[in-house]
Write a new protein. Structure first.
Length: 270
């Protein structure tokens, strides 16, 4: 299924997208929170034949949900991206987090934060949604996949040993537009990032240094992953910081991240 959160007349709902329509299943699930649906840890049973439907272009899609804990991020998981950045930590599994308060949805404005950074950058990524809590788990615990743009203040990132602050300013985690269940996807997936109409990133999940199942197994060793946890699996080459000379995001720029089967996550820099 292709799940989403959307607003109609200012009211948030849980929806299932099929074709050009979104079906409102909030009533059947007795909740308007997609996170609550995921946290139930069983496959939701909905009947689209009796669900109210609205044309997709008539609703406002918002972030699928805001996680209760930090977004878990994997760094340097694509060989070419390692090469375009400095190579400190190359070959090692790099793990950091983003604050849940940084999450915004498709179409939301990303704040420029000019008083804090001169080096605003993008990172288009495939994100994994954990659907069943557990320790020492594998990819059978995945609820679905979505798109994440790991917006980063590169200069702030360099000021600290941990990446948390440079990755966590408000609006620095665009997420969506949908969460798609594993049965609807066929790997490998293509990841593309387009800035102002120019393709910057064009990668494939086949190039991951550590595949998704390995990431989940590693992260869940001795540590419980909970339903609704988000894992950002790394970005391919083509970020602005890796260009010669570096090209950073400016006010008015449009960033679109597209992944096979997951749609396009589009945001504008304020």
């Amino acid at each position: 299924m292709k799940w989403c959160s959307f607003q109609v007349e200012g009211e948030q709902r849980v929806g299932v997208v099929e074709g050009e329509f979104v079906y409102d299943v909030s009533g059947q699930l007795h909740t308007t929170s997609l996170l609550e649906v995921i946290a139930r840890e069983f496959e939701p049973d909905v009947d689209l034949d009796v669900a109210p439907r609205t044309a997709l272009h008539d609703v406002t899609l918002v972030a699928p949900y805001r996680p209760l804990k930090n977004v878990i991020c994997i760094g340097k998981n694509y060989e070419e991206h390692v090469k375009e950045m400095d190579t400190a930590g190359a070959g090692k599994l790099v793990i950091f987090t983003k604050a849940p308060t940084s999450v915004v949805g498709p179409g939301a404005v990303v704040e420029r934060h000019p008083e804090l950074t001169d080096q605003l950058d993008y990172e288009g990524e495939l994100a994994v949604i954990i659907g069943k809590s557990g320790r020492d788990i594998d990819d059978a615990h995945i609820f679905g996949y979505t798109i994440l743009n790991d917006i980063t203040a590169r200069d702030v990132q360099k000021q600290h040993v941990q990446f948390f602050r440079g990755k966590s300013f408000d609006t620095f985690c665009p997420l969506g537009p949908y969460i798609v269940t594993p049965d609807e996807l066929s790997f490998p997936l293509t990841i593309q990032t387009v800035v102002n109409g120019e393709t910057r990133q064009n990668g494939t999940t086949a190039d991951m240094i550590r595949p998704i199942e390995e990431l989940i197994r590693t992260l869940s060793k001795g540590m419980t992953l909970e339903a609704g946890d988000i894992i950002a699996t790394g970005t391919p080459a083509g970020v602005g910081h890796g260009m010669t000379p570096p090209v950073y995001l400016q006010s008015g720029d449009t960033v679109e991240v597209s992944i096979t089967g997951l749609g396009t996550l589009k945001n504008v820099i304020a």
